[in-house]
Design a protein around this ligand. Structure first.
Ligand SMILES: O=P(O)(O)OC[C@H]1O[C@H](O[C@H]2O[C@H](CO)[C@@H](O)[C@H](O)[C@H]2O)[C@H](O)[C@@H](O)[C@@H]1O
Length: 372
């Protein structure tokens, strides 16, 4: 494997899209159940192509430097020591899920844990090339063990096919394209497979031709910008600027802005060094979490305990759902202090690995104790 530039820390930008009228869309056997969410405009954001490229640039710049600062470089900079102070205060509000594991375990005692895992920056480190964001074999093994103990879903901005090919575990649920492409496991115990058939859901299916058209247009118009990369995530698009010279960000923002101006049914959000274009439907990772809980038969039950681990701004929708339901916990993966709806934190994928191993071990011990 080629050595990748692993990114240590970043500040995510805020979402800056605008409301656009949406049309009802269809998508799979579960469409009727979730129709109520689909015809509403997304009021949390701005408008299709509306807004000025300048404000986009501010959001793009709110991210950390394009390339990684090494741990050593951070250690010697005064910026790092100031940051560390902020981080210590923040950690009091969002304690480490490893250090406070017992608190978390006690809260879930006697309840059915359901595990939700983001992919990039959570199970795999952030690297320059999105096609090479592989997860380690140890991580895969840990996720496999987790799925043996608890229903487990991967919730990602990537298209379901791509994230499935990275994770390579057929016993999981997958919610790709920011939750707009949900499918159940192909594998596993019969009772889970039966439930899985109820899970296929694609609320933005009508947008496929539009997304394809915009993808082709963006590939064409951004090809003059070195380092820019447009990724087709099936129901949404990612325009990566991690490897674009900062001097060209304005040009890139303008090209993306002018493209989506022609598509008022699309909206723009920001991720980690990425502009994300998606349908203006009221559907996100939080809605996907609720959908999966309901499909698994846990809706309305007090004895279910969802855990959601993620690093990105798009994961906040899921953290918020858990906070509003007063159920389970969100765990934010971050090495810096950030505003979040998550209750706990972990610093990086290496800590996620430790946490996953720990929860499996805890579950096995609890089961042993029940037997004796
Ligand atoms: O929801 P996620 O699973 O976290 O997916 C969000 C985006 O992740 C990927 O981009 C990010 O990771 C890349 C690889 O480390 C990195 O190069 C890029 O800068 C990050 O934004 C993925 O490529 C996107 O399509 C996802 O939307």
């Amino acid at each position: 494997m080629t050595k990748q530039n692993v990114v240590m820390q970043e500040e995510p930008a805020v979402a800056v899209a605008a409301a656009a009228p949406t049309r009802p869309v269809s998508g799979g056997a579960n469409h009727a159940r979730y129709k109520k969410f689909l015809s509403r405009p997304d009021l949390s954001s701005g408008g299709g192509g509306g807004g000025k490229a300048g404000s986009w640039i501010e959001s793009m710049k709110a991210s950390s430097p394009t390339h990684v600062k090494s741990a050593a470089a951070r250690a010697v900079s005064s910026f790092a020591s100031h940051d560390e102070q902020d981080y210590d205060g923040w950690m009091k509000l969002h304690p480490s899920a490893l250090d406070d594991f017992e608190v978390l375990a006690a809260a879930s005692k006697g309840k059915q844990i359901v595990m939700f895992l983001d992919y990039d920056g959570t199970l795999s480190p952030i690297v320059d090339d999105p096609d090479r964001a592989f997860m380690s074999d140890e991580m895969r093994e840990a996720v496999r063990e987790v799925a043996r103990q608890f229903p487990t879903a991967i919730v990602s901005g990537r298209c379901t096919e791509k994230v499935t090919s990275f994770v390579e575990l057929s016993e999981l649920y997958y919610a790709g394209s920011h939750g707009m492409d949900i499918k159940g496991p192909n594998d596993g115990p019969q009772h889970l497979k039966a439930k899985a058939e109820n899970v296929l859901f694609q609320p933005a299916r009508d947008f496929l031709p539009m997304i394809d058209e915009v993808y082709k247009h963006l590939v064409e118009t951004t090809k003059c910008i070195p380092g820019c990369r447009v990724e087709n995530n099936k129901f949404c698009l990612s325009v990566h600027f991690r490897c674009v010279d900062e001097k060209k960000w304005c040009l890139l923002a303008e090209k993306v802005r002018s493209t989506i101006t022609d598509y008022p049914k699309l909206r723009l959000t920001h991720g980690r060094k990425v502009l994300e274009i998606r349908p203006s439907i009221k559907w996100d990772k939080g809605k996907a979490l609720e959908f999966l809980l309901e499909s698994l038969g846990y809706d309305g039950f007090n004895d279910v305990f969802p855990l959601y681990i993620g690093d990105d701004r798009t994961d906040e929708d899921a953290f918020k759902v858990l906070q509003d339901r007063g159920q389970g916990f969100g765990i934010l993966v971050s090495t810096i202090a950030k505003e979040t709806n998550a209750s706990f934190s972990l610093r990086e994928p290496a800590e996620v690995l430790k946490f996953l191993r720990r929860i499996v071990e805890w579950k096995q011990i609890s089961m042993e104790e029940c037997r004796v």
